[in-house]
Design a protein around this ligand. Sequence first.
Ligand SMILES: Nc1nc2c(ncn2[C@@H]2O[C@H](COP(=O)(O)OP(=O)(O)OP(=O)(O)O)[C@@H](O)[C@H]2O)c(=O)[nH]1
Ligand SMILES: [Mg+2]
Length: 460
Amino acid sequence: MEDTIAAIATATGEAAIGIVRLSGSQARPIAQEVFRAGKTKKRVRLKSHRVYYGSIVDPAREEPLDEVLLTYMQGPRSYTREDVVEVSCHGGPMPLRRVLGVMLKAGARLAQPGEFTQRAFRHGRIDLAQAEAVCDMIRAQSDEAANLALQQLEGTLSREITQLRHQLLGSLATIEVSIDFPDEDIDGHAGPPLVDDLTRMRERLQALLARAGEGRIIREGIRTAIVGKPNVGKSSLLNALLGQERAIVTPIAGTTRDLIEETVVQGGVALVLTDTAGIHLTEDAVEQEGVERARRALESSQLVLVVFDDSQGLTEEDKSLLSMIGSRRAVVLLNKSDLDIKKVDRDWLKAHVDNVPWLEISARTGEGLEELQRLIAQLFLGRSYESSARPLIASMRHAHCLERAHDSLKQALEALGREEVADIVSIDVREAIHALGEITGDSLEADIVDRIFQDFCLGK
Ligand SMILES: Nc1nc2c(ncn2[C@@H]2O[C@H](COP(=O)(O)OP(=O)(O)OP(=O)(O)O)[C@@H](O)[C@H]2O)c(=O)[nH]1
Ligand SMILES: [Mg+2]
């Protein structure tokens, strides 16, 4: 029998309410040991799916620790499918710690991160892709990301994968028949020919993979570096996008020395913005370090906003920035358009940055920022995922599994083309089935499952 786990399920800090959660066969006895109902502070026998008002006490001295609401949910009608107790106490660190403390004293063990959800998975209430969606939902930074997580939580992805996997199992059966009866041609089997089936499934995998990048962007946001030489208005741009005076702005070149990171949601996607120090040659050691950090931020970004000062015209320093972009997606921003001094040579831009769009903006008045938002959405997102019936792949892990399944099917089809013996084809199809099963957790080693749940937050 599994032990009973306990954890604080809500975030740390001050809040109206905090929740301590118990799950396991001893959840009810432990709760009954430390809970006293109502004003009379009597011990009670808890009934399932009821909410009780009362207090949590230290049973050694009957000393009350906090006033609470307690809910008992008998398994399997609970989050983990085990007996679960949730205690809502006051949401400060002290009351939460006191409530958790007596539960541990009464026999519960402190839960590992993700252990509640892991139990829900192990007891078959949700599959692995759904369990991962719990985490995504909690971490979602934009509406789109939350919608995507919810879809996955409700099983849209799991259904698609399970369906594919079952169809592949059907194909495998066809192949196995031909191994047992080698005189029969594989493709001569009744029903739709094997090659057509496998080709169609391969195409479905391809279609899912084609939009995986988009899914990741929605889930994780776009790492965006704001770069430019000193004083062009990078920090002003950060502030304008955030709608608050987050970074220090002054007319003095070299104001920003360190990286400043903030997230802003634009057109449904989160931009994880980094404001950087002006990139230029300098003797100042602090500035040099700042410039070095700016370079690294640029290198680890997915989108680069290159800021030029349109009232100044381009210098060699500006131009050298363009060579640092590499193959990253970028937008050139001609800032300070409110001054109406268009000194940046448009012809030079057209000749030298043909693959990068450019835009006039004013960080001061906000002119051009909506256009920037549209441009970014265009660069990263295709049609809206809501318009497609197919689930959107949003995690690297899922994309890797799909790639493996896809490659195995490709090999199977090639083997069929070469008229290889059925055994060879069967191995490839089995591989594909296994890879798909890793997404939903149907085929996965226990230690990999453990590793996936370690990424979870405590109490989840
Ligand atoms: N007129 C006008 N001035 C701007 C605009 N954007 C920034 N400025 C001014 O330009 C100066 C520099 O702005 P910052 O945002 O500090 O520039 P920065 O690129 O972050 O500079 P460093 O941190 O030193 O590299 C400030 O005086 C801003 O007020 C704009 O759109 N229009
Ligand atoms: Mg700055």
